[in-house]
Ligand binder design. Structure first.
Ligand code: VG1
Ligand code: CO
Length: 538
């Protein structure tokens, strides 16, 4: 039976950088998730009888909202939902299923790298038929709908068993429970030279992958240990847990410290990698060498033709604005397009769909390609393995050789987390007002608030971060996070280009020290937020 339930709008159901993210306690308010899901459906047209992919990263509350979403899809007239076994799907795997099976779209339950558990975060995101996050036009429509909603529709049926692969019916809708890993693993096999990686392993190459108690555990076990033959135990923290085993599933040097401490010292494995809550981020480290995500994008692009999936070369490379310019130098050398987009994967969708970009990346540990429409953690790991298998050099050798050829973009991001929202907005406003007067000072050649004109559909997105660009190409960028759930997070991105190879071995914070000091002084960070130092440095 289908119920029409009366409801009233909630404040603040505005999708951020990647979907709606709130505390679990907020999502548990009666009707909260239902309102948002109904607002998604109400903003779509022509889905009746079509397929909806549903899955999540397994975090606390996932199991509840999966059932709600299935009932609401049935009540709204979808013909089929394709749901990952036990409600699990990594974000890139969900993107792949949407594309492969020509689904109308998908609902992904995740707050990605944010902590989970009853006091942690939860999130809901809609992906369109191209497999990518809803573009701004759609998220704006969804938000508008959340402010006007009066009813939602849901079936009164009991919970669907999601433990066993197969099909059941819910009214006139088919519920298809699928193996969350199989299709994705097949895609990876088509893109990368698994035989070459097996040879590399046979030569004694070792690695450690940290799934951080999150979604990539089953994917990494099946692909790395199962298909490629890395020894059991290569994957650590491999069981997805509702609270990620207490981990903060954000694969950076701070939160993946357990892995870093294993891989960095002499005698550690050759290669280390980690992924985040929903499987779309990646951390890449070699023995004694951390690869910044910005460098990783550039290096993968420069070596892409060593892999079967990209053997014919790249159409172009896209990076988010705050990501370092290292990839631009590779694009220039290859004679291909280089694109600069606002933060968030949704801005890569059009470039990928139009065939203008093949590889994309963000400084926030996100790398991906046109194989799906999300960033993809394991994909990046496998591409690195394929490159390592072909070059037979260490990660450190590959990275330093890249710097020698292209120069090094020293790069760091300083996050000031959970600062007072008013103070953060005031800081950004004051910077914006200062922009014209900053040019000419401290070697600043250009200062603006970044706007993006989408070269494919002509849409314009404004206020995407304050950029200070120096005459020598250095950059300081300020923006406020769009994924946090408490207060505001100020992100400051600092970059300096060093062409001279004899100066490539400086510790990053030292190499950037002058710019870091300037970034704090110009914005008056301490005076405005009370923070003398960032909470996280990556
Ligand atoms: C952050 C990152 C951004 C990324 C987004 C979603 O957004 O900076 O690059 O696309 O998270 O990643 P923000 O607005 O907080 O800076 V995930 O893995 O959380 O979906
Ligand atoms: Co993520």
């Amino acid at each position: 039976m289908i119920l029409t339930v009366a409801t009233a709008p909630f404040e603040g159901q505005k999708p951020g950088t990647s979907g709606l993210r709130k505390k679990v306690t907020v999502f548990r308010e009666p009707h909260y998730a239902e309102n948002f899901i109904q607002s998604i459906f109400d903003s779509l047209e022509g889905y009746e009888g079509q397929t909806l992919v549903i899955g999540g990263d397994g975090r606390y509350y996932n199991a509840d909202v999966i059932q709600t979403a299935i009932r609401m899809a049935a009540a709204s007239g979808f013909g089929r939902v394709m749901v990952g076994q036990n409600g699990l799907l990594s974000t890139p795997a969900a993107s792949h299923l949407i594309r492969k099976y020509k689904a109308f779209g998908g609902i992904i339950l995740s707050a990605s790298h944010n902590p989970g558990g009853p006091d942690g975060d939860f999130g809901i995101k809609y992906n369109a038929g191209n497999g990518g996050p809803a573009p701004e036009k759609l998220t704006d429509a969804i938000y508008a709908r959340t402010k006007a909603i009066t009813t939602y529709r849901i079936t009164t049926s009991p919970d669907i068993a999601l433990g066993r692969i197969g099909e059941t019916r819910l009214g006139s809708m088919v519920v298809q429970v699928v193996d969350p890993v199989a299709d994705y693993a097949q895609l990876m096999q088509a893109l990368f030279d698994f035989d070459a990686i097996r040879d590399l392993i046979a030569s004694g190459f070792t690695m450690k992958f940290d799934a951080m108690g999150a979604i990539t555990g089953p994917y990494a076990q099946r692909i790395l240990e199962g298909m490629l033959g890395f020894p059991a135990g290569t994957v650590m923290n491999g069981i997805p847990l509702p609270d990620f085993g207490g981990h903060h599933p954000d694969p950076n040097l701070v939160h993946a410290k357990e892995l870093v401490d294993i891989v960095m010292p002499p005698g550690g494995p050759d290669f280390g990698a980690a992924s985040d809550g929903d499987g779309d981020r990646n951390l890449i480290i070699g023995r004694g060498m951390y690869v910044t995500p910005s460098d990783s994008l550039a290096i993968l692009a420069a070596n892409a033709t060593l892999t079967p999936g990209y053997a014919k070369g790249l159409a172009g490379i896209a990076r988010s604005m705050p990501t370092s310019c290292a990839a631009d130098r590779v694009a220039e050398k290859l004679g291909i397009g280089a694109y600069e987009t606002p933060t968030g994967w949704k801005f890569f969708g059009n470039l990928l769909d139009a065939g203008k970009a093949t590889l994309c990346g963000e400084e926030s540990f996100g790398t991906g390609s046109n194989h799906v429409r999300e960033k993809d953690g394991l994909w990046a790991v496998l591409m690195w393995l394929n490159v390592l298998a072909k070059r037979r050099q260490s990660v450190a050798e590959i990275v330093t050789a890249h710097w020698r050829e292209y120069g090094r973009n020293y790069y760091s991001r300083h996050d000031y987390e959970e600062v007072d929202a008013e103070a953060a907005n005031g800081l950004m406003k004051a910077l914006r007002e200062q922009l014209p007067s900053l040019v000419g000072q401290h070697g600043i050649a250009m200062a603006d608030d970044f706007s993006f004109d989408d070269p494919v559909d002509g849409s314009r997105t404004t206020h995407q971060g304050i950029r200070l660009i120096f005459a020598d190409g250095s950059r300081i960028i300020y923006r406020l996070s769009g994924t946090g759930t408490a207060g505001a997070t100020l992100r400051v991105y600092i970059e300096r280009y060093e062409p001279d190879a004899s100066r490539h071995a400086i510790e990053t914070q030292a190499a950037l020290a002058d710019l870091i000091a300037l970034s704090r002084a110009l914005a008056g960070i301490e005076a405005r937020t009370g923070r003398a130092a960032p909470t996280v440095i990556t």
